[in-house]
Design a protein around this ligand. Structure first.
Ligand SMILES: NC(=O)c1ccc[n+]([C@@H]2O[C@H](COP(=O)([O-])OP(=O)(O)OC[C@H]3O[C@@H](n4cnc5c(N)ncnc54)[C@H](OP(=O)(O)O)[C@@H]3O)[C@@H](O)[C@H]2O)c1
Length: 334
């Protein structure tokens, strides 16, 4: 079978090779999955460059999120062979999803909602599923509240904008150029703050009449986190989701206590089964109503993986997807 991988860190075009490797064998609560499509995002680029904390040394095999068909189930894996699932790969051990087959852990895997195409399903758990876990379960976002999404044009941020609107919030998003700001508006953001032109804290205070935002969805971290937490309302909630800036937000206990807000994490793979089922049912309803729609903005072929990953460094918005195989091809295969 074929897999994109690198034996050293560097730029994708320089180090990634399409290698012929042995079929991976699933361990307990894992499946071998025939990959249909993989989502490509900033973490894949950081991973190949050696800037992603969960892959500290080569070899590296990107493609963290996949949609595919269960080919072989390890002991205790919950879904039978033949199930179309969406979930994570084992990119953490260099068995990534930009491959004909990958390994996928039971934690975080779910059968694909019928409302989703393969391309939409490839990144759904890491975008809409984590947004719903964060906004609905951890932050308990209420209709009429104000949500601030940091990194609104990204894959995870754009899902939070759409979902925040669907849950009845007023949504403010951040972006760093006009094209990204327009994309945030197209996802439903009521206001977009261009961080190249406007100060975050003061602009949020102005937009909210001094009240501040009720919930912060942070996919960026670093200084942007600090500025956002200086514009949070009493009893506000901050969700730590990602670190697109390269540095996680650094919660300050004294600031939290004196400003009366809470900070929690949101990760698509970590939730108990009841939350998972509630979230999937809620998201399926919203998909059917047309209230949310995963924005697949770029499609690449399996041969174009280095270009797909490189594209996430610049002005990319929404979600990029690499098609590995189609269901029709797999059914026709001997
Ligand atoms: N918790 C979870 O379950 C989960 C799931 C998926 C991803 N994540 C994490 O979320 C973060 C974002 O991932 P993603 O897939 O949404 O990435 P993405 O699609 O590339 O989006 C990142 C966004 O962050 C903004 N940004 C701000 N500062 C940046 C910087 N210094 N460099 C690059 N982008 C910057 C960019 O918008 P502007 O340029 O307009 O600012 C961009 O739109 C990553 O840290 C990832 O690991 C977490």
């Amino acid at each position: 079978m074929k897999r994109w991988q690198a034996t050293e860190f560097g730029m994708p075009q320089a180090v990634l090779k399409l290698a012929e490797v042995a079929l991976p064998e699933p361990g307990p609560r894992e499946a071998r999955v025939r990959v249909l499509a993989a989502s490509v995002a900033l973490p894949d680029l950081l991973m190949v460059q050696g800037r992603y904390p969960f892959v500290p040394a080569p070899p590296v095999s990107p493609g963290q999120e996949i949609v595919g068909i269960v080919d072989k189930a390890g002991s205790g894996y919950p879904f039978p062979v033949g199930t179309r699932i969406m979930g994570n790969s084992r990119a953490d051990i260099a068995v990534g999803g930009l491959a004909e087959y990958t390994l996928s852990p039971a934690t975080g895997a779910v059968p694909v909602l019928p409302e989703l195409t393969d391309s939409q399903a490839a990144g759904f758990p890491g975008s809409f599923h984590v947004a719903h876990i964060g906004l609905a379960h951890r932050a308990a976002l209420q209709p009429g509240e104000t949500l601030l999404v940091l990194g609104g044009s990204g894959r995870t941020g754009s899902a939070a904008i759409q979902l925040g609107k669907a849950l009845g919030a007023t949504v403010i998003a951040t972006a760093r150029n006009h094209d990204k700001a327009r994309f945030c508006q197209a996802q439903g953001a009521d206001h977009v703050i261009n961080l190249r032109e406007q100060p975050l804290t003061d602009t949020v205070r102005d937009l909210t009449g001094g009240h501040g935002v009720d919930v912060v969805y942070d996919t960026v971290g670093g200084e942007t986190y600090d500025q956002a937490t200086h514009a949070i309302a009493r009893a506000g909630r901050v969700l730590l989701v990602g670190f697109a800036s390269g540095t996680w937000g650094q919660p300050d206990p004294q600031h939290i206590m004196f400003n009366d807000y809470s900070v929690s994490g949101a990760l698509s793979a970590f939730r108990h089964d009841t939350e998972r089922d509630e979230t999937l049912n809620a998201l399926a309803d919203l998909l059917r109503q047309g209230a949310i729609s995963p924005p697949v903005t770029d499609q690449y072929t399996f041969d174009d993986v280095p270009a797909a990953i490189t594209s996430r460094s610049g002005d990319a918005v929404g979600q990029a997807v690499v098609t590995v195989a189609s269901t029709a091809e797999l059914v026709a295969a001997p």
